[in-house]
Every structure is written in C-alpha cells, then in structure tokens.
Write a protein that binds this ligand. Structure first.
Ligand SMILES: [Zn+2]
Length: 408
C-alpha cells in the first residue's frame, strides 16, 4: 500500500507543471487575474445577471472531477490524512460509494467523456474528437431550451479540450453544449491584453514579461478558447484595475505563470456568483504533477483538491442561488498504477488493475435522502443518468444505469 516514497526529483520545468500556490503574492495575483477574467466573460452591456426561471426540476448540479488519485493516498487508513475535509467534514453528510469503477479507457479525455455521457467513450485521448453520445449538458439544454450560460466546464486539465462540452451525436452537438473555460489560458490572455493595453507602464522590464507570456502560451497548447472574449477593461472598477496592476508586477517578480487548481476554483466560484448555472463541472488536476515523478507534489495536489472541493461546498451552502437545491458530486477520473508496476507506479494511470480502476465517489446535498455508505460497486457511467434524472432531463438510453440512492 505504501508508495515506496520515491524520492522527489528536481523539476526544472516546474513553471509549466500543474501549479501549487505557495505565496500570498501569488494568491493575490490569481485573485486579480480571476477578476480580470470574470470581466472578460461578462457580455458587453449585460454586466448584471438577469434572474431567469430554473429549468426542469430546478435542481442544480456541481460535479467536481479530480484527476487520478489512488485509494492508498485518499480513502485508506494511511491516506486519509491527505483529505481532512473530504473525510471529516463532508463524508459524514454524504452518500458515499467507496467502489466506483472506471471500466473504460483510463486516460483523461475519455474518462471525463464517459462520466459526462453515461457511455464508455473511446475517442482520441487528447480530445481531438468529441464524445460520440450526448453529454449531460446537451441533454439538459436540449431538453429544456436552457441557455449556454446555464452549463459550464471549468478545467485546469491540459488533456481536455473544448470538445468536452458537446458530443458529435446527431440531433445534439455544439448548439446544446457547455461553455468550456481553461482558466490558465484565460489568465494568460488577460495578462497579455493588460500588457497590450499599456496598464503596466511602470514596469521596468515589459519585454521580458511579454517573452515569458509568449513562451507560456506556446507551452500550453494554447489554441483559442472556443468562445468570445469581450473587451471589458473599460468597465473595470479602479480598485480592481489597480489590484491587477499590482498583481501583474507580482507576476513578473514571481518568475512565470502558475495557475492550477486554485485558479480553476476561483474562476468556478466567480461563474457561480455571476451566472449561477444549473450545471457546473469543475476539473481539478494539480494531482497530475505525478506524471513529473514528484510524489510530494502529487500528494500536495490531493490536499489542494480536498481543500478546494470543501470551499466549493461552502460556497454552495452560502450562496442563496445554490443553498438547499444543489447536489455536489466529487470523484476522481481513475486511480493510479500500483507501486512496483512496470509503468512506474503512481506516475501513470495505465495498468488494468484495481489500483487504477477502483476509486470512489461522494454525493452531497439536495439529491440525497440521508448520509450513507454504499458498498455495492458502481461504475462511472452510472453517474450521468442519475444526474440527468435529478435535473429532470428527458431520458435517453445509456450503458449506465441511474443510481437508486440518488433522488429522481
Ligand atoms: Zn494523467
């Protein structure tokens, strides 16, 4: 069960690895960047959300998908210290499935596609092809004529693309898809725009920043955001603008872009507050630092996901648009390979073994009748039909079956 505590190796490329937020100045940079991005996504002339009727049952769903984490580092006697919020504060209130299986392709795009469609997807691992059967977003939007602003994906996972928002299924597709946001790219765009806008005139080394941004963009598979970016700088509050200026200065001093799950969380919360979507999917992936061979960064990513999932839950409880009518679901995409495997153990997630396939799922909030632990094994593909039913979507046929413990 032990990882073997493989020694951490030095990481010269850390600047481009899933980010871990270490300093207050970095945190304030992310907050300011988040405000800037929130400004970018608000349509011109519609700075205020107009309240609109809820679709279907009126239920809201927030689905948090964490990258690959093993039971050994999470819900096990030795792993539980890494997930204090999930295990202490959330588990006692949740419907918990300790055996939630990924029986499909244990690669990121396919795993999330399977979770979001209720069918095992076997499309391109790098998201060049959309899922082949309708996503929950499409079922929801087509079923109720819901607006695009009602369904969002916010992801720090570089293996995802905007294709995760809609399928290639006939009669569904992009017209019913979700907004897909990659905050890291958006942050870089925002900072680049701020630089171009001349709001950094006091900075000593502007060309150096631009060069850094350029290399960061190239290193991030930057390929556009798949949506319109609105020019919102004119509407920025002066206080926001000055905090952005300060943050950009900090960004330069900090030596490069760090984003990761903190930024994804911040963006998700902004979207909840500004758009209050009925269906929000948040994909955290700091844990994928494991691919770089650092056990300590992987565990640190688990701790970050634990804390941020709890922060999202606190937002649900505090936000009147969500409180009392929201179901929060948290699950990993898969586990990771066992120690001693030919694939380097925790580094990867390719082995056809329980360590990689057998994970867990937590469901909290309005969609459950009572906290309980269900030992019966379930599959990732059972989640989508359960959530579709909770939202009241017109039923479609899937490989997965709705979980009887989740309300309909
Ligand atoms: Zn991975």
């Amino acid at each position: 069960m032990n990882s073997g505590r493989i020694p951490d190796i030095s990481l010269p490329f850390l600047a481009d690895s899933p980010g871990l937020i270490q300093s207050a100045s970095r945190r304030s940079f992310l907050q300011a960047a988040g405000m800037l991005m929130a400004g970018m996504i608000l349509p011109k002339g519609h700075a205020q959300t107009i309240p609109r009727p809820l679709s279907g049952t009126g239920h809201k769903v927030i689905l948090v998908v964490v990258g690959g984490v093993r039971r050994a580092e999470t819900f096990s006697p030795e792993g539980v210290e890494n997930i204090p919020h999930l295990s202490s504060e959330m588990l006692p209130r949740s419907l918990f499935y300790p055996h939630t299986r990924n029986e499909g392709v244990t690669a990121h795009f396919n795993a999330i596609s399977s979770i979001l469609t209720g069918n095992w997807q076997r499309v391109d691992d790098w998201g060049k092809l959309a899922p082949t059967t309708p996503t929950l977003f499409e079922q929801f939007r087509k079923g109720f004529g819901a607006e695009a602003s009602d369904t969002w994906v916010v992801a720090s996972n570089k293996a995802l693309t905007s294709q995760i928002g809609a399928s290639s299924a006939a009669d569904f597709g992009a017209a019913f898809g979700a907004n897909v946001v990659f905050p890291k790219q958006l942050m870089l765009t925002a900072v680049a725009d701020a630089l171009r806008g001349g709001r950094t005139a006091n900075m000593a080394d502007r060309s150096k920043v631009e060069a850094e941004l350029q290399s960061a963009l190239e290193g991030s598979n930057y390929e556009g955001l798949g949506w319109n970016v609105f020019d919102a700088s004119d509407r920025l509050d002066p206080r926001v603008r000055s905090s952005i200026q300060a943050a950009i200065a900090g960004f330069v001093q900090g030596g490069g872009p760090t984003s990761g799950d903190e930024l994804t969380f911040f963006m998700s919360r902004e979207i909840m507050r500004k758009f209050s979507p009925q269906l929000l999917v948040v994909a955290f992936s700091d844990v994928e630092a494991a691919h770089f061979g650092s056990y300590s960064l992987h565990v640190s990513g688990i701790r970050t996901a634990d804390r941020l999932a709890y922060e999202l839950w606190k937002e649900v409880e505090a936000n009147p648009d969500y409180r009392g009518k929201t179901t929060l679901v948290i699950l990993p995409e898969f586990g990771r390979d066992p120690d001693g495997s030919t694939t380097n153990g925790f580094f990867n997630h390719r082995a056809n073994e329980d360590s990689t396939r057998d994970t867990w799922m937590m469901v909290l909030g309005a969609g459950i009748d009572k906290p309980q632990i269900i030992e019966r094994p379930i599959r990732h593909i059972d989640l989508c039909p359960s959530l579709a039913s909770l939202l009241g979507c017109p039923p479609i046929t899937t490989q997965g079956s709705a979980l009887r413990e989740v309300r309909t």
